[in-house]
Design a binder for this molecule. Structure first.
Ligand code: AMP
Ligand code: MG
Length: 344
């Protein structure tokens, strides 16, 4: 398949992208969280193309993207009070609400669930594209299933060129990790996946929040998670990732020791750290001064390890702030829960 590569400033081509959606095609587009791969949410055949292009398991539902708050009712049949409060404060923005779905949202979008994930992105290109399409856009992240989510146009091109109808190239993602998924169908809002909107943000509006137990532990065999995406292998680069967690100095010292041993065996080693480059690794990447910056570089760093043929990489996890849960959720998964905890 020939993929049309579109620049976000090219209005005529953006209009074409909208038309591709109406005709049943699939288009990758930028958002403030990560790039998405979208199709008309009402078109079952188009949705199936997304699963095929990504190699995504069919029981992992997609998020429906709309441009206007007023369109929420078109997708969801009930908007509880907590949902209204969160939308009033944070929409458009980096979060997804789980709501009871309208009957005309097809099962392929929701993987047969009675609920639907709805998101109103803030990114100007995403909003223009959804408006031009004229329909709600169902979209997961625009990466090959199992690989790190794409935060730059080049990541999308690397994964999906030749597999999708068009790729809209925009800015690098502002947040860099996928949306916070908040289940608002019960009395207390529940975070199913942490993201750019934090637990503290939700408490400030709803007074209370719960966090799904799978957020930091992964899903055990035979367990049915509330958020189906939780049970799959995620964000996995070819490099073997190990998280080293604890205080800054201790974690840096431990990583140095591990790198020294690996390099003596001839292993090509990478490090992603908030400490300065004192590691003597084959590739050092700075993770930022806080976890919001860390979230922003995380997926690109995982891809950089692979591009540079890194076999093993160590990730320093020592910063404590509101975005810690979000970063840990992603990095633990990418490490397959291989964690050295020096804090105990
Ligand atoms: P992605 O944007 O690629 O991370 O994929 C969308 C995510 O949203 C997946 O992790 C899904 O499990 C989650 N999701 C979508 N719809 C629902 C829903 N109705 N209930 C719970 N999780 C959902
Ligand atoms: Mg994804």
């Amino acid at each position: 398949m020939k993929t049309l590569i579109i620049d976000k400033t090219d209005e005529k081509s953006l209009w074409k992208a909208g038309k591709i959606i109406r005709k049943g095609g699939i288009v990758a587009f930028p958002t403030e969280t990560v790039y998405g791969l979208g199709a008309n949410a009402y078109d079952e055949n188009a949705i199936k193309k997304i699963y095929k292009a990504k190699g995504r398991p069919s029981d992992n539902p997609l998020i429906v993207h709309i441009a206007e708050i007023g369109d929420l009712e078109k997708v969801a049949r009930e908007i509880p009070e907590n949902a209204r409060k969160l939308v009033a404060k944070f929409a458009p923005g980096p979060f997804t609400l789980i709501l009871k779905k309208q009957p005309d949202i097809p099962d392929v979008v929701t993987a047969g669930l009675d609920t639907v994930g709805v998101r109103i992105p803030k990114d100007a290109t995403a909003r223009a594209f959804i408006r031009l399409a004229g329909v709600p856009i169902a979209a997961p992240s625009a990466n090959i299933s199992g690989k790190p989510s794409p935060t730059k146009a080049e990541h999308v091109i690397a994964d999906l060129d030749g597999k999708v109808d068009a790729i809209i190239c925009g800015e690098d993602a502002e947040i860099g990790v996928e949306s916070t998924i908040i289940d608002v169908t019960g009395e207390i809002p529940t975070i199913l996946r942490p993201g750019g909107i934090t637990k503290e943000d939700i408490i400030s509006v709803c007074g209370r929040v719960e966090i799904s137990q799978n957020v930091l532990t992964g899903v055990k065999k035979n367990e049915t998670p509330k958020c189906p995406g939780m049970k799959y292998k995620h964000y996995s680069p070819d490099a073997e990732i190990t998280v080293v967690e604890g205080e800054k100095k201790e974690t840096a010292d431990k990583i140095k020791e591990l790198i020294k041993a690996d390099r003596e065996k001839g292993i090509k080693v990478g490090v992603l750290a908030s400490s300065e480059n004192e590691f003597n690794a084959d590739l050092y990447i700075f993770e930022g001064k806080n976890n919001r910056e860390f979230a922003n570089v995380l997926f690109d760093a995982l891809r950089e390890f692979d591009k540079n043929g890194i076999e093993k990489a160590y990730v320093q996890m020592c910063m404590k702030d509101e975005m810690e849960l979000t970063v840990k959720n992603r990095i633990y998964k990418s490490a397959g829960y291989r964690i050295i905890d020096l804090g105990e």
